[in-house]
Design a protein around this ligand. Structure first.
Ligand code: SF4
Length: 502
């Protein structure tokens, strides 16, 4: 869908308007300024007034028009004020597209990944709940249902981590192990099929141990505690039991005060990587929170998306893990996998009922640019918007009936039906790491391949991103450089004399 917009020249509107258009149409393209052939032509403009902005628009060849005015606090910086202008123009654009298509967007103009952050920010500043909710509704057109969801999630998070707003002086650690038995079709994570890679795995682990030692040393020297550790990837249980054992031993030797870390999680996502021996290693190091991801309980689907394990294997490995003492198991399901509709998803829920993992994460399929699935999209038949919404509704009512509560959520671009991914858990079983990564209240140090670090300034909340290389070869060549860079960031942020950089 190509949309031509007359009246706006400023390129800074391009992306926000395109994100909104994508909520309504697949692969939209927005052209600003010069007249171009398009499926939809829109006139859109705004006027800056002394203390506010007024935007208006019309869809050509229809009688659809919209306008919206908003006050702008004169104390805002120019950048912040322009954000308000963008929101006002987006408001008008969204209102017109809703009328044109008949599709109502319950998240309003919000297209970002972490909607709960917006509400956290208002509440943390001391704004009463009712006022915060009213602002979300008025300024962003968010529906009551989504506001209630956000508030429920925030209430859960603060119950699980009562000191959430004070954890800026601690850090969490993400350790990325970029290997999997095979590569899934929808995957854009750094994940390399492990078979035949023994040499490369060995050199990668060498670098990883080095990073753990150096970062641990810095944390100890600077008296910075660790809140949570998360082993992800890839599939961190793709490596051998001996390699896992050495890694956890390194964690205990290098990291400060490991016995007081609130949570250590190991993704064992692919059931085909779980063995009795590896579970014994996890138990030996007191790691009992793992993730086993069925994604679907249909063998045909698993085959189509390249997971190379069966439903029976997921169930078998789940029981094996339970018997080996894993007391906090998360399972992931994906709504909208190729060939799946309400019937298949209900089947997945009824199978989940037999297992009752401590937490259940329900993702909605997203077509990420780099995945095999997106490149060959024509080969995959996926459910339509209504069916996706029906499956999500099933997930909401099933989790409610079975005692699960939502405790984090994130959205993605190009997500089917403009829905969200929601993490549910039984009371008291929330993953603290997931809350940390979503709400961005503390620094997360990414170690290993493809690991993204987020340095959150404990005073200003300003976030700086830094990524380790995704492919093992580059990582193996340059891990020392990446370690030094992270230590440099950490030293700037956590200076003890109170002179942290802004
Ligand atoms: S198991 Fe997970 S990380 Fe590995 S290829 Fe599949 S989706 Fe990607």
């Amino acid at each position: 869908m190509r949309i031509y917009i007359e009246g706006l020249q400023d390129e800074r509107f391009q992306r926000p308007l395109e994100h909104i258009a994508n909520l309504f149409f697949e692969e939209s393209e927005v052209a600003l300024g010069e007249e171009a052939p398009a499926d939809l032509a829109i006139v859109l403009g705004y006027e800056r007034e002394e203390n506010g902005v007024k935007a208006s628009g019309a869809i050509k060849d229809t009688d659809i028009t919209a306008e919206y005015a908003k006050n702008i606090d004169p104390k805002l910086t120019e950048k912040e004020a322009f954000k308000q202008v963008k929101n006002t123009v987006s408001y008008v654009f969204l209102s017109m597209l809703q009328e044109h298509t008949g599709i109502i967007q319950k998240w309003g103009i919000l297209t970002g990944v972490r909607p709960t952050k917006l509400l956290h920010k208002k509440l943390e500043s001391g704004m009463p709940k009712e006022e915060a909710h009213a602002e979300l509704k008025r300024d962003y057109l968010i529906h009551d249902e989504k506001i209630e969801l956000m508030q429920n999630i925030i209430d859960r998070q603060l119950k699980a981590v009562p000191d959430l707003y004070e954890l800026g002086q601690e850090v969490s650690i993400y350790i990325g192990i970029p290997f999997c038995p095979t590569k899934c079709a929808y995957c854009t994570f750094p994940a390399y099929a492990i078979r035949g890679q023994a040499g490369r795995v060995g050199s990668f682990l060498w670098g990883l141990h080095y990073e753990m030692q150096k970062i641990g040393e810095w944390l100890k020297e600077n008296d910075v505690s660790i809140t949570t550790v998360y082993f992800g990837g890839g599939t961190p249980t793709s490596i051998t039991a001996e390699e896992m054992d050495l890694l956890y031993e390194e964690m205990h030797r290098s990291f400060p005060d490991v016995k007081n870390i609130r949570e250590v999680t190991v993704e064992a996502g692919r059931p085909d990587t779980i063995t009795e021996e590896k579970l014994a290693v996890l138990k030996k190091w007191n790691i009992d929170r793992i993730s086993i991801n069925p994604q679907s309980y249909e063998n045909e689907t698993l085959k189509a998306i390249g997971r190379h394990h069966t439903v029976e294997e997921t169930i078998e490995k789940y029981h094996l893990s339970r018997n080996a003492g894993m007391s906090n198991i998360n399972m992931d399901l994906i709504i909208g996998l190729p060939g799946e509709g309400v019937k298949e998803f209900r089947h997945s829920l009824s199978e989940t009922e037999k297992l009752m993992p401590e937490s259940l994460t329900v993702h909605t399929l997203s077509f990420k640019r780099a995945s095999e699935m997106t490149k060959n999209r024509h080969k995959y038949k996926v459910a339509d918007r209504e069916e996706i919404v029906a499956m999500m509704d099933d997930a909401v009512s099933w989790t409610k009936q079975h005692g699960y509560h939502p405790y984090y959520l994130y959205r993605q671009k190009n997500i089917l039906g403009n829905l969200e991914n929601i993490g549910y858990s039984l009371p008291g079983q929330e993953s603290i790491y997931n809350i940390m990564i979503m709400e961005e209240k503390q620094t997360i140090i990414g170690i290993g391949c493809g690991a993204a670090s987020k340095f959150v300034d404990p005073r200003s909340g300003k976030i700086t991103h830094f990524s380790n290389p995704k492919d093992p070869k580059t990582y193996n060549d340059r891990f020392e450089h990446y370690t030094n860079e992270k230590i440099r960031y950490l030293s700037e942020l956590f200076q003890k004399d109170g002179s942290q950089q802004e």
